[in-house]
Design a protein around this ligand. Structure first.
Ligand code: F6P
Length: 358
């Protein structure tokens, strides 16, 4: 048996832990393992290399991916060839290399491509990754816990300076169209207000909240306010804040800057100075948390077992804390936003956190 492994889309902490667990499990089952470089680009350009135990020996804690990745490498739309469909070449490349199946570790874009290649006859197994935690049919993706830890730490650091100056501090997180990172990072960091895309915020509510804190400024409450806002947020009836468009990417919009827009809305009406911190890619870099290392290891192991059993066209998922497999075709084209009745939103309200809505 010969299995290929690739990492597609944006990187995130824990990718190497998956590569390590899957490779070691496959090798011990007697399989040959090949690393495909830079996501699907490796199959589009024939960039493959063997993976031995020594290659994955020391990578558990390493951030990023030893295989490299690419956020525009789509066999159905080759950015370097005017958007041509080169899926037949990709399948031919995998067959010429003698691959029996490919483990594709990636986000929703990677799962879509994997589902389409599988339907065309290339056996695929998906492993869900993303700091955004927004892949359908899995309760958790690795990388998320690491991102949340960084957001929580950042909020903690900003609080001491916010309190010293009596400022309003806005922290903008990643997460695309889902609010998981802002919600859990905001709760873990003790944010006073948390804004997520699933609940379009009313600027006036936020303004009233900050004003009330200014008015109540007293020992223990200096009038400062920490607002954690997800990049995919928009005011009620307003539009997304797009930082750039990446032509040829399966999801071309890159969000960013809504925190600064919020500062512009609030500052003229407050006594306090308002400052914005955009956390950006620090949320995706560095070593995975212990939780993410364990989850990534579980996913890598489960994916390798599926490969050994010849079960293809599926994605590994976490459901009720068990690793299960779900059809790739059911994941493709879907996402997993924060439900409006999620218990953490209730908990946030109970803490007096402003969510920007009634
Ligand atoms: O999907 C992961 C993610 O980090 C999002 O949270 C963010 O919007 C996007 O990727 C950024 O992508 P890029 O690294 O291409 O700027």
């Amino acid at each position: 048996m010969h299995i290929g492994i690739l990492t597609g889309g944006g990187d995130c902490p824990g990718l190497n832990a998956v590569i390590r667990a899957a490779t070691l499990e496959l090798l011990s089952a007697g399989a040959r393992v090949t690393g495909i470089e830079r996501g699907f680009l490796g199959l589009m350009r024939g960039r493959l290399r063997p993976l031995a135990a020594a290659d994955v020996d020391d990578i558990l804690e390493q951030g990023g991916t030893i295989l490299g990745t690419h956020n525009r490498a789509d066999p159905f739309h080759d950015f370097a060839r005017g958007g041509a469909d080169v899926s037949a070449e990709v399948i031919a490349c995998a067959r010429a290399a003698g691959l029996d199946a490919v483990l594709a570790i990636g986000g929703d874009g990677t799962m879509d491509i994997a589902a389409r290649l599988h339907a065309l006859g290339l056996p695929m197994i998906g492993v869900p990754k993303t700091i955004d935690n927004d892949i359908a049919l899995t309760e958790r993706t690795f990388g998320f816990d690491s991102a949340v830890a960084i957001v929580a730490e950042a909020i903690g650091r900003l609080r001491t300076t916010a309190r010293s100056h009596g400022r309003v501090m806005i922290v903008e997180t990643m997460g695309r169209y889902a609010g998981w990172i802002a919600l859990e990072g905001g709760i873990a960091g003790g944010a006073d207000a948390i804004l997520i895309p699933e609940l379009p915020f009313e600027p006036q509510r936020l303004l009233d909240f900050c004003r009330q804190r200014e008015a109540e400024a007293a020992p223990g409450c200096d009038g400062s306010t920490l607002i954690c806002i997800a990049e995919g947020c928009a005011p009620l009836g307003g539009s997304l804040t797009v930082e750039r468009t990446v032509a040829g990417s399966p999801d071309p919009l890159r969000l960013g800057g809504v925190g600064e827009r919020l500062r512009e809305l609030l500052e003229p009406h407050l006594q306090s100075e308002v400052r914005t911190t955009l956390l950006g890619h620090v949320q995706r870099g560095g070593t995975p948390t212990a939780y993410d290392r364990v989850l990534a290891t579980r996913f890598g192991h489960a994916a390798a077992r599926l490969a050994v059993q010849g079960r293809h066209g599926v994605m590994v998922a976490l459901q009720a804390d068990r690793c299960v497999s779900v059809p790739l075709a059911e994941v493709a084209g879907r996402s997993r936003p924060v439900p409006r009745d999620h218990p953490l939103l209730d908990a946030a309200r109970g803490l007096g956190v402003c969510l920007g809505v009634a």
